[in-house]
Ligand binder design. Structure first.
Ligand code: BES
Ligand code: MN
Ligand code: MN
Length: 463
């Protein structure tokens, strides 16, 4: 029986090589041109789980991309950990901003990752983090160190809203029954400041369309006399925040949970340098809702952001035209108690109400999900905390994240269990951006920490 540290030392090159192979497959769930590669990734993940010692391995077909389910049930009297992750990735564009091709992984050193980082789309979100669990499983089964039952559920549609997973979970409650859900798909503060994510924001994502005249018009002949959809859309969007950067959608804040002064003070203790934050982004000042700090703005407060806006002529040179239509994609990040479907309705009503005469409005909801907060006094959190203490030599800081994993709230509703978010990425790892990467140190640290979670969780559960 080998210790996890010596096992990693002995096998780390293979661990890296295997992840590099997985990262070469362009599993872009949003783009149907990559359907074959995405499906192929499910097979690769299933094969890796079989090799890691899972007894049951299934590729569950859905109307979309398959869900990989695997388990190893050693004793019905022991607790069961359900691991969730996703094998799909975000589209890599804009391609010209990548220093190396997104699906040809390269390892390079960076300031934050002196031991090197793997650069590729999905390196951190989430193939690299998901694969830590596969390798931790390999270690546990190969060394007689698996203390409990394990189930894996790895999906291929997280980046497009997990619609088919929601369907699958609702229909497979017994099969997915567990004592705790474990996910590595978030980040931590820094390599020397470990943290565990205790909250995720909800999301409502909508697309809006403003239609003016029935055709594109000459901007001289008609300009000034009819509503220009692009002008109108810009004005409408600008009105969605007031002078304090509060969101003006009627009813938007009604259910927002205000944290107590004590909770906010506790949050404020987490190490954070505004100077470094600004420097990392090349900005002279931060910007946001009045009365809240940067860390509050991006975690405990809801937001509204335009993610894309288009219409009219955007080609080379100039064309004098009033476009018939203008469009925008808008996301709202929500906090616990705000219901995403209700917020979507409120937005729709508000947006229709603020439109001037002379244009028509269409609001199309895309996907969404509820926010999530996990208590820090649960057995799962305590086990995770002890695991980090063991491998980082420090107590991790509980921290709410601004990102969303909508399926987590659904897990709680359908499977009645808490999720522990053990993420090992850094905010600077550029997930969803060009040059996404994942630190080799972080990858190996994750593999090292996970088996301790299993050990401590089982011990706490049995005590
Ligand atoms: N892994 C991310 C979410 C995340 C990253 C949470 C870092 C916390 C810290 C996930 O893959 C993601 O990108 N989620 C989407 C939502 C989804 C519905 C497309 C997001 O947050 O935009
Ligand atoms: Mn993810
Ligand atoms: Mn993502």
């Amino acid at each position: 029986m080998e210790s996890i540290t010596s096992y990693i030392e002995e096998h780390k090159q293979r661990f890296i090589d295997e992840l590099v192979e997985l990262l070469k497959i362009p599993s872009i769930s949003a783009d149907s041109a990559f359907a074959k590669a995405t499906t192929q990734t499910a097979t690769a993940v299933a094969d890796s789980l079989r090799a890691a010692g899972c007894d049951t391995v299934e590729i569950c077909e859905t109307p979309g991309y398959p869900i990989v389910y695997a388990d190893k049930m050693i004793d019905p009297n022991l607790p069961t950990v359900l691991v969730y992750g996703h094998y799909d990735v975000q589209p890599p564009d804009p391609l010209d901003l990548w220093d190396s091709p997104p699906f040809e992984p390269v390892i390079k050193k960076t300031d934050k990752h002196p031991d090197g980082a793997i650069f590729a789309r999905g390196a951190c979100d989430d193939k690299g983090q998901m694969y830590m669990h596969v390798k931790a499983m390999e270690y546990m089964t190969a060394n007689g160190k698996l203390p409990c039952n394990v189930k894996f559920m790895i999906e291929g549609e997280e980046e497009v809203g997990s619609v088919n997973l929601a369907w699958y979970v609702a229909r497979n409650q017994e099969k997915l029954a567990n004592d705790v859900i474990l996910i590595s798909d978030t980040g931590m503060i820094a390599n020397d400041i470990p943290s565990i994510t205790t909250g995720l924001r909800g999301l409502s994502y909508v697309e809006v369309e403003v239609t003016g005249p029935n055709r594109d018009l000459h901007s001289g002949l008609y300009g000034g006399a009819v509503a220009n959809p692009i002008n109108i859309l810009s004005k409408m969007i600008a009105s969605l925040h007031d002078e304090n950067n509060h969101i003006t959608v009627k009813g938007f804040y009604d259910k927002v949970e205000e944290l107590t002064a004590a909770e906010r003070a506790k949050m404020g203790e987490a190490p954070f340098s505004l100077e470094n934050y600004k420097e990392a982004l090349d900005i002279a000042a931060v910007y946001g809702e009045k009365g809240y700090t940067t860390n509050e703005r991006n975690s405990i407060r809801p937001t509204l952001d335009v993610n894309g806006i288009w219409g009219g002529y955007t080609g080379e040179g100039a064309k004098t035209v009033i476009a018939s239509k203008a469009y925008a994609k808008i996301s709202m990040r929500l906090v616990p108690h705000q219901d995403w479907e209700e917020i979507t309705e409120l937005f729709k009503t508000h947006f229709e109400n603020i439109a001037p005469e002379g244009v028509t409005i269409k609001v199309t909801p895309h996907h969404g999900g509820q926010g999530y907060v996990t208590p820090i006094d649960s057995l799962g959190y305590q086990a995770a905390e002890k695991a980090y203490e063991k491998t980082f030599g420090k107590t991790p800081i509980p921290q709410r994240s601004g990102g969303s994993i909508p399926i987590v709230a659904l897990f709680e509703k359908e499977l009645k269990s808490k999720t522990i978010l053990m993420g090992f990425g850094l905010d600077s790892d550029a997930i969803h951006s060009p040059n996404e990467h994942f630190g080799i140190w972080n990858y190996l640290k994750g593999i090292e920490t996970i088996p301790y979670f299993y050990e401590y969780f089982t011990a706490l559960k049995n005590s």
